[in-house]
Every structure is written in C-alpha cells, then in structure tokens.
Design a protein around this ligand. Structure first.
Ligand code: NAD
Ligand code: ZN
Length: 821
C-alpha cells in the first residue's frame, strides 16, 4: 500500500530527477557540491524507491539508471572496452545484511568470500597498457565513454609508464582511484591563503578539477596519487580478485595495504568497525568500505543492473558529529569588507582532528540556529575543511543565556556595518581605512600584473598596515623616509586575534613562552599539540606538570603560571581557544605601572604588542624588555627592509597602463587599462573625457563609465594620484610604449566600420585604423569622420548615418586612404 497519490508521486519523481541531475552536473562537471554526499544519497534513494512503486513515471534517462558523469568537449572522447559502473551504496547495517541475503540467494549457497577495501574518495580512472607500456588513460565519463586524459595521468609519479616483470599480458586494463593526499591539499590551501586566493573545498573536488586541466605542467605540480583496485583483460591468468591484486602489486602498481578477504558478512562488519576511526590516519580521504565477491565466476553469475554490479556494494560512513560548547563568536573581515562570523568552540575530537572553530556563514545562520551564549552545539565535518554547526541542544541551554547578538560595528575599524537588501552578508563600508580592506587594495597594487613589487608579501603588508605605516598606495613611496622606524616592526601572521568587541588577543603559545624562563618555544608547542583536546583551563593547570618535567627554574615558572591563571580568571573575557587577552600577559610584566583593565582598553585600539608598548610608553627594565620581546611576533630585519624599499623604488618604472590598473578603479581589468591608456595617453585626458567619448571606445561600457566617474569624483583618489605622480610614477604613456604607426594618414579621424569587410577580420580593422593614426569608434554619432561601409551594412545604421550627415565610404576607398591599393 502506498501512501502517496499518483499525481504526487509523479511530481516528486520529476522534481527529484531534476534536482539530482543538477547536483550530478555540479559534482562531475564543475567539481562543486552544494549538499553533502549523504544528502545526495538520500535523494537518490528516495527516487529509486518511488520509481519502484511507480515505474510508469520513471524518466528513461533517470539518474538511477545511469552513471552520474559525462564526457567533456575539452578532451578526445574514448569508448571503454568494458563499461565503468557505479556502486550501490548504503549507510546501514540492515541493508548490508539484506545485500548479503540477495547474494546468497543469487548463488544458491553461502560458500563465497568478500574482498573488502576502503572506498577511496577521488576520481575513477581506467588505464590501458600494451606491451608493458601505458598507452591510454580515460576518465569514467558516462560509463560508456570517457575523456582521454593520458597526458595528465602520465605526470602522476607513482603510475608506471613502463612495466618490468614476467608474464605481463600483451594487453590489459587497470582501474583505480586518483586522489590528492590530504597533506598536499593542505599545502595548496596554505599557499592560496597566503596569496589571498579562494580556498579549495576538499581533496576530491581538487583532484577531479586537476585531472581535467588543460596544462599537464600544472597537473604535475599538484602531486596527485593513485590507488589501483581492478585488473581487466582476456588472459590475465587468475580467477579471483585477491590474486589479481597481488599481480598488480607485483607489476609495480600502487595498492593500498588496507584490503582484507572476509569469509562472511560478520567479519565484513568487523572490518567496517575497525576502520571507522582508524581511516582518518590514512594519507587520503576515504568515505566507506567496498565489499566485492572475490571469485570471478560467482561475479558473473550475479551480474549487473544498468548502473551497478550485483556482486559489490559500498558501505558509507555517515558524517561524524560531535557535541561541543560555544565559547564565543568572533567576526572576520575579508578583503572586500564582507563579515564572516566564526564560532569558537571548546575543543572536541571529530573525524580524527581536533575541532575548535566552526563557520557560521552569516547572521541568518546564527538566527536559524537560534544560537545562545554557551550553547551546547552539534558539529559535523562533511567534505568541507571547516566544520559546521548543524544544531543546538536546546534542552541543555543555560538558564538566562542570551541569544548571540550580531555585531553592529566592524571589529577592525569600528565603522557601522551595512547589509544590502537581498544579501546575506554584512559589510564594512569603510573601504579607505579598514585594515583588511586596505590590505586587499595594497595587495592588488603591488601584484605582479600591476606594480610588480614582489618583495611585498601579504604578511609584510599586513604588518605595515596594522602599525599605521600604510593606508594608501602612495604611502608605500614614503616608507623610504621612515626606514629607521621600520626596524623591529612585528610581522604577526598567526600571532593575534581580535574578539568580537575588538580586544587584542595573543597566541597562548607565545604567552606561555614569555611568562616562563628557560623553556623552548618548540617544547611548549609540543605540549600544546599533545593536549590539543583539552579546554583552556585544564590545559593551563596541567602546564605546571610540564614545567616540573622540564626541570628549569621550576619554582619561579610555577609561580608565574599561577599568577597568570589568577589574572586570567579575574578578568571576564570572551574565550577564544589557543588565544588569551594580550592585556593579561602584559599585566604580568608591567602590572605595577598600569591595571589590566586599562591595558585592555589600550589593546582595543592597537593591533600588536609593539603598538601597545609604544602607545603607553612604559618604563622598562632590560628584564621586562626581554619578556616583551618573547611575546612579540617576528620582526622586520634590515635585509627585508632594504629589499622591500628596492622593489618599491623599481616599481616607479612601470608604464602608465600598469599604474592605471594598479590604482584600483572598480571594473578596470588589465585589458581595459591598456585600452584606456593607449586611447587617452595620460590620466588627465582620461579624467576629463566625456561620457560620449568614453562610450565610443571599443571595450568600454556603461558600468565602466560609472566606475570612472565615481573614482574621479572622490577627492581622496585625486590626492592619491597627485601624491603618486609626485613620487615619479608614470601617469602618461611613454613615447616608446606607443605602438609603431604605419602612417599618419588617418590622424585625428574617428572611424567606424559596419557590415562585412573583405580584407579584414572583425578586430583587425581596429588595429589597422589605430596603426594609421585614427581612432576606432563603435557606434554611429555626429562626431564620426566617416563610416566604412561593408557588405550588408544594417539599414538602420545606414539611415542614422545619413540623418546625421556622416559620410559613408567603401572598403576600396579606405584601402586607398591607407596606401594599400
Ligand atoms: N554531493 C553531491 O552533490 C554529489 C553529487 C553527485 C555525486 N555525489 C557522490 O558521488 C556518489 C556517486 O558517485 P559514483 O557513481 O562515482 O559512485 P561512488 O563513488 O559512490 O562509487 C563508485 C566509485 O567508487 C570508486 N571507488 C573508490 N574506492 C574503490 C574501491 N576500493 N573499489 C572500487 N571502487 C572504488 C570508484 O571510482 C567507483 O567508480 C554519490 O553516492 C555521492 O556520494 C555527490
Ligand atoms: Zn572595517
């Protein structure tokens, strides 16, 4: 008996089919996921069950009938000799037992074994070898046909190009899973973060995207890896999977050592349990276990459906979830001013790593969760790097807990936040002096394609901004005169955090390092890693045992630690795991001169210890100075400074078009900057240009015109331009940068070409006009000198030209004007 009506079922089937197809497209073609694999599998299971009840409504291309991927246009298409299938999957033990029942029934007996392996989360690949040589590597595609990615696969170090050994068949195929090791993935993301690029979501999507790159050199840099799990061929001489895997290993293929032959379903269940946690120690992401009938004849007997083999199934581990306590919410300000709230959690072990933070995305998410101070929350780690909060244990809410109040002002600069209609994120509108936004602008200014000052990495720029040396690109050119003060400036990558109310926090490791004596920072780091899952308070208490074990100035160090804990507990403050209020640490050293409360206020206005020390102008003994030095981040040294200044000086030689791109007028890309520079030759003419004159230029549209107007309307921008000009930057084109003219025949003329020309391709005519001193204009107006009339020129254009009295000339006449005939 079904509980859904026919109409409902039909509608739901259509809807599910559409939704699943969309997620398949995102996942396989764009390497993105909007929902978790679990959610996706739920949708697919729902569709399969409805289709079973109402087969009449099943789409003939239903995603339950086909493998989810497809082929692309970027690579040659290759037909698979043996189809590449998907796998059935389940998340439950009951369904696994039901699968085993079906197998037993299908074979008519119970004497079979299961070969179990982990399910590697990567991209399927089929590789064909002929006479011991790798000849072709193809993606799974739609199962029948895939993309030929041989050149890319050949860059993967541990996939053999040639095989050595005995009895290697003349031709065979191997299948495996290409993956990106977690370490490599993290390395790439760390690099991207340092460069201010968007982070990649997870290793699987990255591996998939990498394999489809057009540039094999770029693929080689990514250090992909591969595990093989299938051998196919006519004369491979084995009759079961276990032996096939041993052959693969002998021939030099990379096999994961995690496989096991299980004699019955109960030992499969044991295998599954034994890997549930341990799999997180493996070098790659895995999402389950694949069990396959070991014997090939038995496989044949069981057969296939349209999409999956009946002799194998994947058991998938559900995303793990854990409970944690919300300590505080901090707010990060991005380079564009976008605010992202982050939940600081009491540390909890989840999927093999200690989780201390979770993304909250935006204010809506906080509202949706109805998050309150100190709530017990459920965190889950799916395919994403940063875990998310999936819910709140309302019954455990603390009495009188207040709902999390979203901040109204920017934690970095104090400006009132804005939220545009229809947008989820809040923004800090202070584009000119909010530190992270200045960082975005300066990074753009110094970037390779702009001013090309490569001695100025993110951390150095951040240091200069945080300490008030740079707010505007023009400030860079004034650093030279402040050279002496730069020495000793803090570079503070991971050293500081700001609480939601703007108080400065410093890394716990540096705090412990500075309040103790005779203990190395590396030893402290080791202690903190080993005690990662402890909350801050027991972590600090246990530190006394560590001090004793170190056996250096024990009495004095323990006294310091106790004083520190006392100060910390005495001050009500937001908890940020691994960070402590800077004011408390400084109070340890200069508490006789100033109270913690006062230090705290100062810390709200400053971004480094160096800053605070300068602001208050403490009287410091050499002992106090040493301690403060231990608390500070790395500092600018002489070599760094001269290197940086040299780079800044050299950038003065960049041509006008680069400068125009660098000053950050919205919507001006590299190309547009070049077009505008060539056209107007200097910034003053660009600034004075009328809207009409701008719109006549090929490549300039309304949005750009508006951005230009907005830019030049702001006094601060004009001042910046003047300051930069005074420092010797080029705001006009140099003679030698102008393209060589072929003639002056078209000097001062504004010309449009319309209709099909016989001697020139579409954009070629523009170059020819420019090369002869003329200007190409893209629309009909009175200011035109003439129009070159090509074949089939549009009648309305012609009419307009006649009405405005603009002359039309033929292509032949034009050829004569430029001496080409
Ligand atoms: N989140 C999303 O939006 C989204 C969208 C589409 C697909 N998906 C995920 O992808 C799955 C469907 O992908 P699929 O059809 O490739 O199925 P699958 O990935 O669940 O199973 C088949 C694949 O497993 C791989 N595999 C890994 N280890 C293996 C081993 N030891 N032995 C054999 N095969 C092994 C092979 O590449 C094989 O092609 C879905 O179940 C879902 O989890 C997610
Ligand atoms: Zn701000």
């Amino acid at each position: 008996m079904s509980s859904v009506s026919n109409k409902e079922a039909q509608n739901r089937i259509t809807e599910l089919t559409k939704t699943i197809n969309r997620h398949n497209h995102l996942y396989y073609q764009e390497d993105k996921s909007e929902i978790s694999d679990y959610e996706f599998d739920q949708l697919l299971a729902e569709l399969a069950s409805l289709e079973e009840q109402f087969p009449e409504y099943q789409d003939k291309n239903s995603p339950t009938l086909r493998v989810g991927g497809t082929i692309t246009k970027e690579f040659e298409t290759v037909e698979h000799e043996t189809r590449m299938l998907s796998l059935g999957n389940t998340y439950s033990k009951e369904e696994l037992l039901a699968f085993d029942e079906r197998v037993a029934k299908g074979l008519g007996h119970r004497s079979y074994t299961y070969f179990c392996e982990l399910k590697f989360d990567g991209v399927a690949i089929s590789i064909v070898y002929e006479n011991g040589e790798l000849v072709r590597a193809v993606t799974r595609g739609d199962g029948f046909r895939g993309d030929n990615v041989t050149e890319n696969v050949k860059t993967i170090k541990n996939i053999p190009l040639y095989l050595k050994g005995e009895n290697i068949p003349a031709k065979f195929e191997v299948r495996g899973e290409i993956f990106l090791p977690i370490k490599e993935f993290e390395k790439i993301n760390a690099e991207r973060e340092a460069n201010g690029e968007a982070l990649l979501a997870n290793p699987r999507n990255t591996a998939s995207g990498t394999l489809k790159m057009q540039d094999s050199g770029a693929v080689a840099k990514r250090r992909l890896n591969c595990y093989f799990y299938q051998l196919l061929g006519d004369d491979i001489g084995v009759d079961n999977h276990f032996e096939a895997m041993q052959l693969l290993e002998e021939w030099g293929f990379n096999i994961s050592p995690t496989y096991k032959n299980c004699t019955d379903i109960n030992s499969v269940l044991d295998y599954i349990e034994s890997w549930r946690e341990k799999r997180h120690e493996l070098p790659l992401d895995t999402d389950g276990v694949v069990l396959k009938i070991n014997n090939y004849d038995q496989r044949e007997e069981l057969g296939f459906t349209a999409k999956i083999p009946r002799w194998a199934i994947a058991y998938k581990y559900k995303a793990e979830s854990a409970e944690s306590e919300l300590m505080s919410v901090t707010y990060q300000v991005g380079r564009t001013g976008a605010i992202t709230p982050v939940a600081n959690l009491s540390p909890v072990l989840l999927a093999g790593t200690t989780v201390k933070r979770a993304s909250l995305h935006n204010a809506n998410e906080i509202e949706r969760l109805d998050l309150h101070d100190g709530d017990t929350v459920y965190v889950e780690k799916g395919g994403e790097i940063i875990p998310k909060i999936t819910g709140v244990a309302i019954d455990q809410r603390k009495p009188n807990a207040l709902p999390i109040a979203y901040i109204s002002h920017c934690p970095e600069c104090g400006t009132q936040l804005e939220r545009k209609e229809g947008e989820a994120k809040h923004f800090c509108p202070n584009t000119t002096s909010c530190p992270p936004q200045i960082l975005g602008r300066i990074e753009h200014f110094v970037s390779k394609r702009a001013m090309n000052i490569d001695s100025m990495g993110t951390e150095r720029i951040r240091a200069l901004i945080n300490q008030g040396y740079v707010e505007n690109p023009a400030d860079l050119y004034e650093l030279e005169s402040q050279k002496d003060r730069l020495l000793g400036l803090e570079i503070n990558s991971d050293q500081y955090e700001k609480s939601s109310d703007g108080y400065l926090y410093v890394a716990l490791r540096k705090a412990l390092f500075s309040i103790t004596e005779g203990i190395a920072l590396s030893a402290i780091d080791k202690y903190l890693t080993e005690n990662e899952t402890l909350e801050q308070s027991p972590k600090l208490k246990n530190f006394s045992t560590f001090i004793r074990n170190q056996n250096k100035k024990v009495g004095q160090n323990i006294a310091s630690l106790e004083k520190f804990i006392e100060l910390l507990t005495g001050l009500e403050h937001d908890q940020i795991e691994d960070f402590v209020p800077t004011s408390v640490v400084l109070a340890m050293f200069v508490g006789n001169q100033i109270s913690v409360e006062e230090l705290r206020k100062i810390s709200q206005k400053n971004n480094t210890v160096h800053d605070i020390v300068l602001t208050f102008n403490f009287e410091l003994s050499s002992d106090q100075e040493d301690k403060i030095k231990k608390l500070k981040g790395n500092t600018f040294q002489e070599g760094v400074i001269s290197n940086m200044l040299q780079g800044i000086n050299a950038s003065k030689e960049q041509p006008f078009e680069k400068v125009l791109f660098a000053i950050g007028i919205r919507n001006i890309g590299e190309n547009t900057a070049q077009i505008l520079a060539q056209h107007f030759k200097n910034i003053d003419d660009l600034k004075e240009a009328s809207i009409e004159a701008l719109l006549e230029i090929n490549g300039v549209g309304e949005t750009l015109v508006q951005s230009l107007q907005e830019f030049f309307a702001q006094e601060t921008h004009l001042q910046m331009v003047e300051r930069l000009r005074a420092h010797g930057l080029h705001f006009e084109i140099k003679e030698e940068d102008l393209p060589q003219l072929e003639s002056n025949n078209l000097e001062g003329m504004k010309i449009l070409a319309s209709g099909k020309l016989n001697h020139f391709k579409r954009d070629e005519i523009i170059d020819v006009i420019t090369a002869n001193g003329g200007t190409y204009v893209k629309s009909v107006s009175k200011s035109l000198s003439f129009i070159i009339e090509g074949e089939d020129m549009g009648p309305s254009k012609k009419e307009k030209a006649e009405k405005l009295g603009v002359k039309l000339i033929s292509e032949a006449e034009f050829m004569q004007m430029i001496d080409k005939q």
